[in-house]
Ligand binder design. Sequence first.
Ligand code: URP
Ligand code: ZN
Ligand code: ZN
Length: 459
Amino acid sequence: MSVLIKNGKIVTASEDFIADVYIEDEKITAIGKNLNYNAEKIIDASDKLVLPGGIDPHVHLDMPFMGTYSSDDYETGTRAALHGGTTSVIEFILQTQGDTLHNALKTWQEKSQHKAVGDYSYHMAVTDFNDDVAKEVVQMIEEEGITSFKTFMAYKGALMIDDGQMVQLMKVVRDHGGLVTVHATNGDMIDSLIARNLASGKTKPLYHYLSQPEVTEAEASARFCDMLHYTGCPGYIVHMTCEGALNAVRKATLRNQKVFVETCSQYLMIDASLYEREDGAKWVMSPPLREKKDQEALWSGINQGLVQVVGTDHCPFTLEQKAMGKDDFSKIPNGHPAIEHRMEFIYSEGVHKGKITLNKFVEVCATNASKIFGMYPRKGTIAIGADADIVVFDPSKKHTISVKTHHMNCDYSAYEGWEVTGKTETVLLRGKVAIENEECKLKPGDGQFIPREKSSLII
Ligand code: URP
Ligand code: ZN
Ligand code: ZN
């Protein structure tokens, strides 16, 4: 199949210019003015942006968590992602404590193969580190194309590892060219605050927020940076929410240390006042939403180059699942639906409102994740030889977010009624039309596993 996209404004992390893009089979084969090729399909992109397909490196699909499973699986989740212009996701395999990484990999392959509509890769969450797991870590990097290892400094008894395991894991990952990523919050401190609040009858969603104050994230982020510095391992902090944690990374840069940072669209857009509502459970996630001053710090962090990636931490639960915690906030499954609208939100709130440039938008929504996680230049840019993952985006189209129109398998929208400027129009995945006229043209199994190389940003 050949496709010619005409007259769009091509945007990469470093440039934007009006030109045509020609695609043969899965790859971009030419970029230039007035390309004169006979293509099987021609897309007129006049007055539109032509963007690299988005990459969301933080999603949870069909994930066993807090006594239930996140409500989007690989089919519904990757399809919803495509609707919003995200063509690749990186999801988390969870090692069961006491079991092997390979068994976890097998379980996740069964969940994803034949089901994914869009492209995907995996981070491996190491929840129980020992000498045998160390050998498996090396095999994941060398044989399976899994080069990033997720750790949790919270969720004790289920996912958390201690600092001793953390530094030993870091040494192995460092020696084999991988990356350690982290959910950086002080799990012990949070658990004790939760217990105190529940013991005094404070059971509402607001106390989820009050049990995870900013210091729990700032302290753990600083500790993680120190452990990276000690071991010489490259690291990446996921879902950063607050000024205090960002300052821990800023401080690490003073000793010439580079730690990658991801925030998520929700932490740039909505704040903790939502926890005072009766339906506050809809926004119960960890870390929790924070304050306006934290949103400002994060937008500044993006422009300062301290925050390189905006993901979603998409982890949806239905209202019935959220009701598991109606009498006890600690039983509300943590997470919210977001995979579909990240690109539109960051365009609307960031570019349209004048907070970031178009190039920065592409950088944080696609290019940096590709570079950090070893998919560049195959993914995350518009260049000759790259996969033809392309979004034709209408920058002036206004629309309203609603559960009635979203494609995520979740019976509420966390952004109901939110007005957005900018809409995904047509999406190509490796040269095939994925989304057109608001319909998905791909089927389960069309999404491919993307094995990853070592990061191109780590020296
Ligand atoms: O609330 C969240 N973030 N749920 C998903 C698990 C995690 O910590 O990322
Ligand atoms: Zn997390
Ligand atoms: Zn997560």
